[in-house]
Design a protein around this ligand. Sequence first.
Ligand code: HEM
Ligand code: HEM
Length: 202
Amino acid sequence: MSAKADHPNHHMTSPSLNLPAANVETVWRYGRTAIVLHWTLAVLLTFMIGLGWYMMSIEREAGSAWYFNLHKSVGLVIALLVAVGVAWRSGHRPESLPVSVPRWQARLAFVTQTLLYALMVLMPVTGYLGASHSKAGVQLFGLPTPRWAVPDHDRAEQFYNIHSVLVWVLVALVVLHVAGALKHLLWDKDGVFQRMWFRSGS
Ligand code: HEM
Ligand code: HEM
């Protein structure tokens, strides 16, 4: 790590050395499907966190129902994309991180990414369970979805409380994850960020 910082101009030297610029060209990358799913989910999740907080701030105003319904609908789309992603991922294991990544950082990345998956499942599930016990119920872009629970305000609130607390866990994980990704891009320059970035024709 420090060796790289000490030799920022070594990018044209032997490709057999694990040097930054050489890695960016030769490093293993995620496939197109994984990359498109990753960035679609990253955008949708960020949007949903903002939308969730915004709609709570206008909860009692006329017209807020539109935002709640949009939130529920996009949340269900996210659940579907996560299910597709997990299925895809189970058949497409990524290669390990380059050996230049210290062991504790690789472990931290693994734990963070695993917890991100857990939160991407738990957020829609708790939101859906809460909404299913609410009077408003769940519509998917205006289409009613099956009602299987009797409206129960306290029940709904219990799920919403979990939903509202978990979002902070999600935010903390995203901050850590993005900080790690940007560290690879700007500081380590080891091609790890590029593993998840688009390239023409990939
Ligand atoms: C990854 C997906 C989701 C994210 C990131 C997310 C995020 C949020 C956030 C940030 C809030 C505001 C919490 C607060 O300030 O108290 C919220 C509230 C809410 N979410 Fe979600 N949500 C997701 C999925 C869903 C789904 C799938 C549904 C329902 C089908 C849903 C239904 C709700 C409802 C009804 C509220 C208002 C809760 C209340 O009245 O206390 N969410 N969500
Ligand atoms: C809501 C936001 C995000 C979520 C939930 C998320 C989630 C994930 C998950 C679960 C993985 C592991 C993929 C797998 O192995 O199956 C991953 C990988 C990755 N993410 Fe994100 N991500 C988010 C945002 C970002 C952002 C904004 C960046 C860049 C600034 C980023 C950069 C990366 C990179 C570079 C990898 C690949 C790491 C590797 O080489 O293994 N992610 N992300």
